[in-house]
Design a protein around this ligand. Structure first.
Ligand SMILES: [Zn+2]
Length: 266
């Protein structure tokens, strides 16, 4: 059982000079799963370093790309626009390749994220955490939220890097019980899984977007026009589906507990 309590920190706490590293697998994940949280951190003065592992090469474009454009270039441009909408201070690309879903040939490409030397890559991320004096690392839950192999790799990367740098880690997830009662989430069409995320009782930390933060998140999602269309962005229940963001913390309370929302205690 978990109980929601008021955060012990004042809701307007400034976070100037504080840094968090947020890891994601593909361009668009940062907006979908952590957009409102990044916007609030930035608005409070925190430095958000976004680390994106791949360029999402295996995503399916919603429409034909401009002549001569390749999807990786288009998605990197979209990521830069989304990062700007969210107030990201620094964007770091790890330069690995999207592994695609299990069974796809793309997973055997030598640059595929799933073929990376994860301990070595985690050392690289931990070095970044240390150089940035970051106090926390955000990645995904152990199932990569919905089972995508690149997301599971990012979970491991986040966990290893946080351990090496001895900082708090947060697993970004979704509350599957909450989403059971809302309209469809993008996860419903991704990867063919019928369950995803975590149950409510497992979640330690949640961020509920203000209208301003939700607008920034929506703008960041809209920047990923090759992947996310108006059907999602203009759905009447967009706020119900996307205004909450959820995390499972490992380690001491850190920056996400200072954002002024209620958080769960065991
Ligand atoms: Zn992804």
């Amino acid at each position: 059982m978990s109980l929601l309590t008021d955060t012990p920190f004042p809701p307007s706490a400034r976070l100037d000079g504080r840094t968090v590293v947020v890891l994601h697998a593909h361009p668009d994940d940062e907006a979908i799963f952590t957009g409102a949280t990044i916007r609030r951190l930035a608005d409070r003065g925190a430095r958000v370093v976004l680390v994106t592992a791949t360029a999402g090469e295996m995503g399916t474009p919603r429409s034909q790309l401009p002549r001569g454009a390749d999807l990786a270039t288009v998605r990197r441009d979209e990521l830069e626009a989304a990062a700007a909408a969210l107030g990201v201070a620094r964007l770091v690309l790890l330069g690995r390749r999207d592994s695609g879903l299990p069974g796809w040939d793309s997973s055997s490409h030598p640059q595929a994220l799933v073929r990376a030397d994860l301990p070595a890559l985690a050392r690289q991320v931990a070095d970044l955490v240390e150089r940035e004096h970051a106090e926390a690392v955000v990645a995904y839950d152990a199932d990569g939220i919905y089972g995508h192999p690149d997301h599971i790799a990012v979970h491991l990367l986040g966990r290893y890097a946080a351990a090496l740098a001895a900082v708090t880690s947060y697993d970004a997830t979704v509350d599957r019980e909450h989403l059971h009662f809302t309209g469809p989430h993008l996860l419903d069409e991704a990867g063919g899984r019928t369950t995803y995320g975590r149950v409510t009782a497992e979640i330690t930390t949640a961020v509920a977007a203000t209208p301003h933060e939700l607008a920034a998140k929506r703008a960041a999602m809209a920047a990923h026009a090759s992947q996310i269309g108006p059907g999602v962005l203009e759905a009447p229940d967009f706020a119900d589906v996307y205004e909450l963001e959820w995390f499972v913390r490992r380690g001491e309370p850190a920056l996400l507990e200072m954002l002024g929302n209620a958080h769960a205690v065991a």
